[in-house]
Structure formats: C-alpha cells, structure tokens
Design a protein around this ligand. Structure first.
Ligand SMILES: *Cc1c(COP(=O)(O)O)cnc(C)c1O
Length: 432
C-alpha cells in the first residue's frame, strides 16, 4: 500500500515512511492510495473469527511488507489484549465500551499499535525517534502507557498544569523510563502551540527525529477501524446499526467510514459534537466555518478545526451530498450533556461519561425520526476519568475500576516549566 498527501505535492510513501513522518513534507495528511475491498464471503464469516485474526486481515493490506506478517500479528495481538463489550442501555441504544484498555480511554488501541510499529522500525534500522505530543488529558495517558518501555522511542508529553483530572495526571506523570511529562504553565492551546513550534524548528527536528502521536499519524488512525469490526461480532449483522461517535478531531469517525467503505455493513453514522460544532454545522448548513474552540465538560472534543475532516471528504470523493446521506451531525450543549448523564443514570442505572453522553443524546435525536432503526454509541472513556463532573451530576460515587486504584500509590513526576519555546528547546537539547 502506498500513501499520498492530501495536499498532492509530496511523493508517495509506504506505511513505514508515513508512520515515521506523521505528516507529509507539504504538510498534508497521508491517505491510502486505494481503500481495500473485503470480499462478501469474508464479511459474512468474519464475526466468527478471533479478534487478532480480524485485526490482521484488516491491517495487513495497509501495512504491506514494511512489517513481517508474524511481527504484525503479534503487534495486533498485544494491541487489542482487552475486552470490547456491547451493553444495552435502552431498547434502541447500546453502549460499545472502548475504555477497557490500560488507561480507560479508546485512544489506547491507536497508541499501542503505533508505539509497537515505531518500536519495530527503530529496532530494525537502529534510529532513535522522539514522540512529542500535547494533551488536554486522554491522549497523554494512552501515549505514555502505550510507549512505556518501547526501545528506541522517547516520549515527551506536554500538558496544561492544573487543567487535567487527577487520574489523567497520574496516568501521564507516573510512568518514568522513556516517558517525560512536561507540566506547562498555560492552557492546552499553549501546549499545542509549543509542539507545533518544535516541529518547525530545524535544530530540534535534526537532533531528535521528532514525530507526533495524534490521529494525523496513520499508525494511530488506521487501527481504530477495528472497533467497528469488533462491534459487528456482537451485533446482529443482518440489521446494520446506526453508530454515534463522540467526535473532536474526527479520527475515530473517519476510521469507521473507512471500515464502511471496505464493505462493513453500517446503516448510518452520527457525528456527535459538543458546542464546538464546525463539522456538525457543516453537515446541516453546508458552510465550513471554524470558530475558536470553547471549553466544555467533554473537553477531548474541544476542537475548532478537526484535522481529519479532509480525510472524510476524501473518502466521499469531495461529494458533500454522498457524505450527508451517510453521516448526520448534531451539536450538544453542556447543559444537555449533564441532563443526559443524569437521566440515563436515573432511568437505566448506566453511568455515561460526558463524551458518551453527547453521543447518546445525538443518537436519540437521530432515532426519534428513524424509529425503525437501532444503534449504539462508542463510549470513548470511563466516567472515572471525569469524576468531579460525573459524580456531581449523578449524586453518587463512581465505582473505581481495578486499573485505576494502583495509580494513587504512585509518585507524580513532572518537569514544571513556563509556556516558553526557548525554555522547551533548551530542555529538550539538554536532555537528549
Ligand atoms: C479523543 C477523544 C474523543 C475524540 O476522538 P476523535 O478521534 O479526535 O474525534 C472523544 N472522546 C474521548 C474520551 C477522547 O479522549
């Protein structure tokens, strides 16, 4: 498989080069030259296969010969080594829980796959890579955990001091080894601006072989397709579901669309956004007009200009009409998000996290005018990651999952610095 840049002025590359570069030299996102087509017999039979076999069948064409088949099989086996349960909530809405990975966020799958691929490439050609990433919370933990102990890859995570939850902070500051947490005196936007500046700095780029670990990187984006196939293992495939995806940068939804394009039966996708509604309002009005991001209680979706939107348009060959037939967008306020968490807990005893609640409400809206359909939300994070918000709404304690308890006995280790590029650059130079 070759990948081209969506800005169309960089050479084609293979999976390895696209994963190591993150973004094409012309700053475009990489996109596969062809989307593999699954044969109809495989589509009928795959639900009976094991998860690793499904993962391998989906990912192998994308990876090609850049990773030997036996290594790729093992990478996939390790990546998805946890449960993906589908739990009914109401009579028409279920929750497909993607938070049973080590950091309780759906980003674990992408981070674990990408880290192992980079680890293989680093080992294979003996070059060290440095992953530099800014986080508003969930990315940092998943990346720290996914890359922990991977030889040949150092990870530097920038997070805004005092603006991530306790669990999130512990997840990204207690790893040690090849993971460094930089606590920045500033906002998430400051962290992101620092990372962008670092990527443009030629000295740093040369010395550290910098790459990013967000869904711009195909090695983090592509494996997210697997959720949609795993859901089909437990969903009646004769009646394809409506799938509601809480969306920020739209990597997850875009991966679902890729699965659909490959032949996976899906009735419809619901793009669930908070009030940062660039894409949902585009789907409703046809105008694409990003406004500055606004802080919400579903903060992993506070994105003004979603990076994967260009990939979505490419999947639909820039045909907005075709896109709208398959994807509907809804924007949900914090107030409605809170009411949804409260009413779903009261009526069904199910605790949604704020991101899942946005998706739940959006799916309810869609189903209210499509009464014959049923569907599920992708529940992208465990509610314990947002305890202050959720516990206040439901007036109850969230049971603490086993994966979180040991964190509270660990010591936070971060380097606290000002939001200044000069300070960051000096620190990175001294350290590596
Ligand atoms: C990152 C994240 C999202 C948004 O995912 P995208 O792929 O960026 O659209 C939604 N929910 C949670 C909990 C997240 O961490």
């Amino acid at each position: 498989m070759k990948y081209f840049s969506l800005h169309h002025s960089s050479p084609y590359v293979d999976f390895k080069e696209a994963a190591l570069r993150g973004q094409a030299p012309d700053k475009g996102l990489y996109f596969p030259l062809t989307i593999p087509s699954l044969d109809s017999k495989w589509i009928t039979d795959f639900p009976k296969l094991g998860k690793t076999d499904i993962g391998f069948a989906i990912m192998q064409p994308y990876v090609g010969n850049t990773i030997p088949d036996d290594v790729l099989y093992r990478i996939i086996e390790e990546t998805i080594d946890f449960d993906f349960p589908l739990l009914p909530i109401s009579s028409s809405i279920s929750s497909f829980e993607l938070f049973h990975g080590p950091t309780l966020a759906f980003k674990d799958v992408g981070a674990r796959f990408m880290s192992r691929c980079l680890g293989y490439f680093a080992c294979d050609q003996n070059v060290k890579t440095t992953v530099l990433v800014a986080t508003s919370g969930d990315t940092g933990g998943a990346v720290a955990n996914g890359f922990l102990g991977i030889e040949g890859v150092d990870v530097v995570i920038l997070y805004p001091s005092g603006k991530v939850s306790t669990v999130q902070e512990l997840q990204l500051t207690t790893c040690g080894q090849n993971i460094t947490a930089l606590e920045i005196d500033g906002t998430f936007d400051d962290c992101q601006a620092l990372v962008k500046q670092a990527f443009m700095d030629i000295d740093l780029q040369k010395k550290l072989n910098l790459t990013s670990a967000n869904s711009i990187n195909i090695a983090r984006w592509l494996p997210q397709q697997l959720y949609y196939f795993f859901a089909a293992q437990v969903w009646d495939i004769e009646k394809p579901p409506v799938i509601a995806v809480p969306s920020g940068n739209f990597g997850n939804l875009c991966a679902g669309l890729l699965a659909y394009r490959s032949g996976l039966p899906v009735k419809h996708f619901v793009a669930a956004c908070n009030i940062n509604d660039t894409v949902s309002s585009f789907l409703q009005t046809g105008h694409y007009a990003p406004k500055p991001a606004v802080a919400t209680i579903s903060n992993a979706m506070d994105v003004a200009a979603p990076s994967n939107f260009v990939r979505i348009m490419e999947i639909f060959h820039q045909q907005v009409g075709d896109l709208k037939k398959m994807v509907s967008g809804y924007s949900v306020s914090d107030d409605i998000t809170k009411k949804t968490v409260a009413s779903v807990y009261k009526n069904y005893g199910y605790i949604l996290d704020p991101h899942g609640a946005v998706a739940y409400y959006a799916l309810e809206q869609f189903l209210s005018s499509h009464a014959d359909e049923k569907g599920f939300i992708l529940e992208t994070a465990h509610p314990i990651k947002f305890p202050e918000t959720v516990e206040t709404i439901i007036g109850d304690k969230i049971p603490i999952p086993a994966a979180v308890a040991p964190l509270f006995h660990k010591q936070k280790k971060s380097i606290h610095i000002a939001a200044s590029f000069d300070v960051l650059k000096e620190l990175l130079f001294d350290r590596y």
